[in-house]
Design a protein around this ligand. Structure first.
Ligand code: SF4
Length: 217
């Protein structure tokens, strides 16, 4: 049975080897105060994998860290996929751990959306398809490091997953016809106060877009 508890699909930093702080690259910007390459531990990451500036991330120029969500991939990769042995204890696993983390994050993001769709009463007609998709994604996320490293999530996510989740999103209550903005280039756009409820933003580029204000009316 897939573990779809909310806690399993939300980051649990206490059980993670600081993977988002080491595996991901940063570009110096409004969200990150420094440049950092993939595999390079953030200068603020402590030996115990805690953040040395946790209480002052925003004033220190790391506001991107306050909104990042690994969807629970960090604790799965740390404690399950790599059996609780960190990249500090076993440096020979580091490269593969850093490759696997973003793959599992994509799968956990799918698990979160599928779980949320299953909670929609209006999506009942597609619940069977959603459950099948959920089981398949969970199976993929539970793979061993070699299998996960080679996994191309975009290619292997079965068509049924995309169709079921899309039908579920269409079934969500909305007051007007959904607007189609899939894949739109919205980088840096001023969307403050825009009415985005029901808008399909799948694949849209929203880096540095202003989404402040009530945008889901
Ligand atoms: S600033 Fe803290 S939370 Fe952000 S990447 Fe560095 S160690 Fe991690």
């Amino acid at each position: 049975m897939p573990d779809t508890r909310e806690s399993a699909l939300r980051g649990d930093c206490a059980n993670c080897f600081g993977l988002c702080c080491v595996a991901l690259p940063f570009a110096k910007s409004a969200d990150f105060a420094v440049n950092k390459s993939s595999g390079e531990p953030c200068r603020n990451l402590q030996e115990d994998f805690r953040c040395g500036i946790h209480a002052r991330l925003r004033p220190s120029g790391f506001q991107g860290c306050t909104v990042y969500d690994c969807f629970g991939a960090g604790q799965r990769v740390s404690q399950v996929t790599f059996g609780g042995v960190s990249w500090r204890e076993a440096p020979e696993t580091a490269r593969q751990m850093y490759e696997v983390f973003p793959v599992v994050r994509q799968l956990h993001e799918l698990l979160r959306y599928l779980t949320e769709a299953l909670a929609l009463r209006t999506a009942r007609p597609v619940h069977a398809g959603l459950r099948t998709a959920l089981a398949r994604v969970e199976e993929l996320a539970g793979g061993d490091p070699d299998a996960l490293e080679k996994l191309d999530v975009a290619r292997c996510a079965p068509r049924s997953i995309r169709c079921s989740s899309r039908r579920a999103s269409w079934s969500a209550p909305r007051r007007r016809a959904p607007e189609e903005r899939r894949g739109a280039d919205l980088i840096g756009k001023r969307l403050r106060g825009a009415k985005l409820r029901g808008t399909d933003l799948r694949g849209a580029l929203l880096i540095a877009a202003d989404l402040s204000g009530p945008t889901c009316r």
